[in-house]
Ligand binder design. Structure first.
Ligand code: ZN
Length: 104
């Protein structure tokens, strides 16, 4: 998975194109991610018996396809493609193909 929880991503296609947000959740099997503030849908929440549940019409983020988002590099602040590098200790790290910065 090139996109991980906590990453900042930019939407590159669809209604929310250009929007940026942080990845909340990743669904590897569905190849989808939930991004803060992106792909908001109105949900009609019924009373569930749980007093903590907000009732009424609430906005929630719906998952979007990973192919519709691009990782934003923390250093060059631009969308980038991700490469992988094997470190001397054998661990695999991601890096920005534009500025070569390692992305944790
Ligand atoms: Zn970069």
């Amino acid at each position: 998975m090139k996109i991980r929880k906590g990453d900042t991503v930019e939407v590159i296609s669809g209604d929310d194109r250009g929007a940026r947000g942080t990845v909340h959740r990743v669904f590897p099997a569905q190849k989808r991610v939930v991004v803060s503030g992106v792909n908001l849908v109105k949900k009609h929440q019924r009373r569930t018996g749980d007093v903590r549940t907000q009732v009424g019409i609430i906005e929630r983020e719906a998952p979007i396809a990973i192919s519709n988002v691009a990782l934003v590099c923390p250093r060059c602040n631009a969308t980038t493609r991700v490469g992988y590098r094997i470190m001397p200790d054998g661990s695999k790290v991601r890096y920005c193909r534009k500025c070569d910065e390692t992305i944790q």
